[in-house]
Design a protein around this ligand. Structure first.
Ligand SMILES: [Zn+2]
Ligand SMILES: [Zn+2]
Length: 367
């Protein structure tokens, strides 16, 4: 028999988290309960915690769930193709299936259920309340999208389907990266490193990663994961280096994954080759970009695409890569945290914990 109550971390305000316990909801034919094995932590968790991303509070954070199906209704089991005991990765967004975005195949930006509807973004007031993965058990809505993941992979590695899925969508799917392409990745954080792995898996020719002086260790890791060249933009002339590496052509694909800083967006146009594809995935708090020279887009016939979220296709590519064991993903994983240490996990990723530096981390509710 499952326990009668379950624990979860609740966010009540900016920088306010508390542990609470909840009754376990009943499920019906179309829904399920997930026993959370791991919840990945990313920059969005930091922004949600500090209040930079407006969310309807109180709620249970945690939008990168990996777990085992604890209970499932008959129709859900049939529709999703999973059963009790199966390990699944759960997509953040819960699409409505009917809005214009969904019908046009852009469900990752669906707003058909009111605002951004997905795990970690629905308040406790919306029954049954267990809408986040900072918890032992999470509710699975009828419109959930789940992907099976092989059970023998350590949970803290399997849960990387999220950053890696982003890498595949941003560095491969959207810019249509393939053999012969030079890919330039601006920013060596969790998403930038995932982009290196994805671009390498897609057969990119040359991969270049830029970062700051303080990113030295991450830039070295980028090299280990498949980058051919790394550039420290504070000590080197990045424009000149990109021109040298590419024999004066520039990069075919530029992936901008830095957060807050707007300068890389303006610089991306200088790094771009004729006909390049630039993907903008780092959010900047709605700031204007200084020195943005639009003529460079015109004269080089550059295509700029925005990337928000991840698609099923890219999640599947990520899961297959994780299962293949081909990439030393454990080198990206730096921290495991207990559920009660959610706040420490977020602050560590944010760089607020003196002397500790984090790339990929997760909460493990069973710890
Ligand atoms: Zn995330
Ligand atoms: Zn929709």
């Amino acid at each position: 028999m499952p326990p009668k109550r379950t624990r979860a971390v609740v966010q009540t305000g900016a920088r306010q988290l508390e542990m609470r316990d909840f009754p376990i909801p009943d499920i019906d034919a179309d829904t399920a309960l997930l026993r959370v094995e791991a919840c990945g932590i990313c920059g969005s968790d930091v922004e949600q915690y500090t209040g930079t991303i407006p969310v309807r509070l109180p709620l249970i954070p945690g939008h990168e769930p990996l777990g085992v199906i604890e209970q499932i209704g008959d129709r859900a089991a049939k529709r999703w193709g999973v059963n009790v005991g199966d390990r699944v990765a759960v997509e953040t967004l819960i699409p409505c299936g009917h809005c214009r975005a969904c019908i046009e195949g852009r469900y990752q930006v669906c707003r058909g259920r009111g605002g951004m509807f997905g795990y970690a973004y629905v308040p406790l007031s919306h029954p049954p309340g267990l809408w986040g993965a900072y918890a032992e058990l999470m509710y699975l809505d009828p419109f959930s999208i789940v992907h099976r993941v092989r059970p023998d992979i350590p949970a803290s590695i399997a849960v990387m389907f999220n950053p890696l899925g982003a890498g595949f969508r941003w560095a491969v799917e959207l810019p249509d990266t393939g053999p012969g392409d030079t890919v330039l990745i601006l920013g060596p954080g969790q998403r930038g490193l995932a982009s290196v792995i994805a671009a390498r898996a897609a057969g990119a020719d040359t991969i270049i990663v830029t970062g700051l002086r303080r990113d030295a260790a991450k830039l070295e890791l980028a090299r280990t994961l498949g980058a051919d060249h790394i550039i420290n933009v504070e000590d080197e002339d990045a424009r000149k280096r990109v021109q040298e590496i590419t024999n004066g052509h520039g990069a075919d694909v530029v992936v901008e994954v830095s957060s807050y800083a707007t300068q890389p967006v303006a610089e991306a146009l200088y790094f771009a080759a004729t006909g390049a594809r630039i993907i903008l995935a780092g959010v900047k708090g709605f700031k204007a970009v200084d020195n943005f020279i639009s003529d460079l887009i015109v004269v080089k016939e550059v295509t700029i695409k925005g990337a928000f979220g991840v698609t099923s296709r890219s999640y599947e590519a990520a899961i297959r890569l994780i299962e293949s064991g081909r990439v030393p993903l454990q080198k990206l994983h730096t921290h495991d945290f207990k559920l009660e240490d959610a706040e420490l996990a977020i602050r560590t990723l944010a760089g607020e914990v003196e002397g500790d530096s984090c790339i990929h981390s997760c909460l493990l509710p069973a710890l």
